[in-house]
Design a protein around this ligand. Structure first.
Ligand SMILES: C[S@@+](CC[C@H](N)C(=O)[O-])C[C@H]1O[C@@H](n2cnc3c(N)ncnc32)[C@H](O)[C@@H]1O
Length: 213
């Protein structure tokens, strides 16, 4: 059984570089990135990516139910990314891979082509002056456009009504995307820590889905 001690980044900060470990890809912060492809999976199964995975509850369930697909959890915080990695080993999910990286950087430099992407409960950065930190912004859309094929989908979920509005606006302002739905109920979508937290607090959940043209 793997434990947290089995996942250690094998170099000091000054020598840092992107590294592929056992089902775990580590992209250091503040690094001069170059485009490079890494062999994340040993098969050619279709790839689905979730950004902002947190502890990986949602993607773990999806990976378990869909072993015919490969799943990549993109989470920038190392301790959370490691929790997902432990889950993938504990639950024997060889089709679940973890990218410990900021989402835009991962997508721009390293992500493989994907069928569909999901962004579940991204940090809302509610203050206007912090809104530039939101992952859903035009630069990020350009990057996911490049890894999806025509017809590929991007689904975003949030409890923050203002962020949901902004998501719709950013996608709808681009000629590259068509909105498929914007709803507040999507049975069987799957659960996550923040999904359960906000539902128990009585918040409305917004589900938005877009097709890459
Ligand atoms: C509110 S939590 C949601 C976690 C999970 N999706 C859930 O529903 O329980 C947001 C997560 O996104 C991660 N995150 C925020 N911005 C990110 C980014 N630009 N790239 C990758 N991860 C990010 C945070 O570290 C945090 O774990």
């Amino acid at each position: 059984m793997k434990t947290a001690k089995d996942l250690i980044i094998p170099f000091a900060w000054k020598d840092r570089h992107p590294i592929l470990l056992d089902r775990f890809f580590y992209v250091p912060g503040k690094y001069e990135y170059v485009k490079k492809s890494f062999p994340f999976f040993e098969n050619n199964q279709p790839v689905f990516i979730e950004y902002c995975s947190g502890n990986g509850q949602w993607i773990g369930e999806r990976a378990k139910r869909n072993p015919q697909f490969n799943w990549i959890a993109v989470e920038k915080k190392f301790d959370r990314a490691r929790t997902i990695w432990l889950k993938s080993h504990r639950e024997n999910l060889p089709n679940l891979f973890v990218a410990c990286s900021e989402g835009l950087i991962f997508t721009r430099y390293y992500a493989p082509k994907a069928e569909e992407i999901f962004v579940n409960f991204p940090d809302p950065w509610p203050k206007l002056r912090h809104a530039k930190h939101r992952i859903i912004r035009p630069e990020f859309l350009s990057e996911i456009y490049n890894i999806l094929k025509p017809g590929g989908k991007a689904t975003c979920v949030t409890d923050d009504a203002k962020y949901a509005e902004q998501m719709a606006k950013v996608f709808n302002q681009s000629p590259d995307w068509k909105m498929l739905f914007n709803m507040t109920d999507l049975p069987d979508y799957g659960r996550s820590f923040f999904n359960d937290l906000w539902i128990s607090a009585g918040r409305t959940i917004h589900y938005l889905s877009f097709e890459r043209l």
